[in-house]
Design a protein around this ligand. Structure first.
Ligand code: ACO
Length: 389
């Protein structure tokens, strides 16, 4: 046996976990999930408590600084975020140049990367740089998303209003109408629920970028790119597409049976970690029930309920239940958001988690450089082009 073959068989003996499932990539005190019992905590506080009593900006503060702020700290943070919502006209011009049929996540990724050119943040260990880049990213992402939503339809961008809260202002920038406070509160709760979720794909992607000591705008734009995929943040959009394809309650069962028989997944179902129903899906379903079943009698919600009922019946035995994106899409659709923008709302929320992991990563940084198990050939030799078969 050649040394290469010996090395390669040794490599195979090392444990390989596709998708790095179950492999810890960091020590973290930001959030905790128990997928068997359906527990999710941010900094030790249960998600149910935060959803009921907190606001997105307060939860963001908790994620970033490991404690709930006192009133003065929260007022200061809220005011800083509120005052940094506007984007430079050159960012708006950049968004205007993007094709209307492009994916909004690509627009968001491009605009966030461009922000980093206006606010250089090279000294990532400087607390001032850390604070202000976090404030800018959290404040400006909703403005970018709302601007692209309007500009691609040929409407004018709506400037932020300082008297509205984070979620209310976002809905205002989308529609030019001050939203019903209940709807704004629901969106704020959706943002809390999506703000953080341990070592998921986009967070890992952001952390790999952070480990190179890249600036936070680059870290967040890496994470946005990873969140875009249909197996991660794209599921809310795919769920609504699926509901629209089903069309009516009596088509639900045959559609699901056919889909599963064709080995296709039911969108908005299943999770790598949760083997019981995602606690965020339980909270969102209650919100959706309040808003959509009672006040608006949404047919989409009725359809979603039936899909969940049949999906549970067929998949619960395999530990597959509705996930956070099953109801969030239905809520966002009812709020007037175009379907391809749902993942952008996820990003507007998850930026808090990404930034918390960025701060944790760079405090005790080690460049990510994993290994691989090479299973290709050795010593093949170069064949000149005229002698290749
Ligand atoms: N519908 C039907 N079957 C499913 C589903 C589903 N949604 N999810 C998993 N399964 C089945 C698979 O077909 C597979 O069955 P098999 O063992 O008989 O072949 C088994 O469950 C394991 O599936 P994997 O995809 O290998 O499991 P993984 O842990 O990688 O799945 C994932 C997690 C990717 C989220 C998956 O459940 C999925 O694709 N769901 C649909 C997309 C979705 O809703 N994504 C959002 C996730 S939540 C989030 O990112 C915020």
């Amino acid at each position: 046996t050649t040394p290469e073959a010996t090395a390669s068989s040794e490599a195979v003996r090392r444990e390989f976990s596709p998708g790095l499932a179950g492999v810890p990539a960091a020590r973290s005190s930001i959030s905790f999930v128990n997928g068997e019992t359906g527990l999710l905590e941010y900094r030790g506080i249960r998600i149910e408590e935060l959803a009921e009593h907190s606001s997105f900006l307060e939860t963001t503060y908790l994620l970033l600084y490991d404690r709930l702020p006192d009133q003065t700290e929260l007022d200061r943070f809220t005011s800083d975020v509120t005052q940094h919502r506007r984007i430079k006209y050159r960012i708006t011009d950049l968004i205007k140049c993007l094709p209307e049929q492009g994916h909004p996540m690509d627009a968001l990724q491009a605009a966030v990367a461009a922000l980093g050119m206006f606010y250089p943040a090279r000294h990532v260990l400087d607390p001032q740089v850390q604070y202000w880049s976090a404030v800018r990213l959290i404040a400006k992402m909703p403005t970018i998303v709302a601007a692209y939503h309007r500009l691609r339809r040929g409407d004018e961008q709506v400037q932020p209003r300082d008297d509205l809260d984070h979620a209310g202002n976002f809905l205002y920038m989308l529609t030019e109408t001050v939203p019903d406070p209940l709807i704004a509160k629901m969106l704020d709760t959706c943002l809390i629920l999506h703000a953080e979720h341990t070592m998921n794909a986009s967070t890992f992607s952001g952390m790999v970028t952070a480990s190179t000591l890249a600036d936070p705008y680059t870290v967040v734009s890496s994470a946005i790119g990873t969140l875009k995929g249909p197996l991660h943040g794209g599921a809310a959009q795919e769920t609504v597409d699926m509901l629209e394809e089903i069309g009516s309650v009596d088509h639900v069962r045959p559609y699901i049976m056919q889909r599963l028989a064709a080995k296709q997944k039911l969108m908005g179902f299943g999770h790598r970690i949760y083997k019981v129903k995602d606690p965020r899906a339980i909270i969102l379903q209650k919100l959706a029930q309040r808003l959509l079943a009672e006040s608006w009698r949404s047919p989409l919600y009725k359809l979603a309920e039936e899909v969940e009922r049949v999906g549970e019946e067929l998949l619960a035995g395999k530990g597959i239940h509705a996930n956070v994106d099953f109801y969030s899409g239905v809520l966002y659709k009812t709020m007037g958001l175009d379907e391809d923008f749902f993942t952008c709302v996820f990003a507007m929320a998850r930026v808090s988690g990404w930034l918390a992991h960025w701060l944790e990563q760079i405090k005790d940084n080690k460049l990510f450089r994993p290994d691989q198990i090479y299973d290709g050939p050795h010593g093949r030799g170069y064949v000149p082009i005229e002698r290749r078969p």
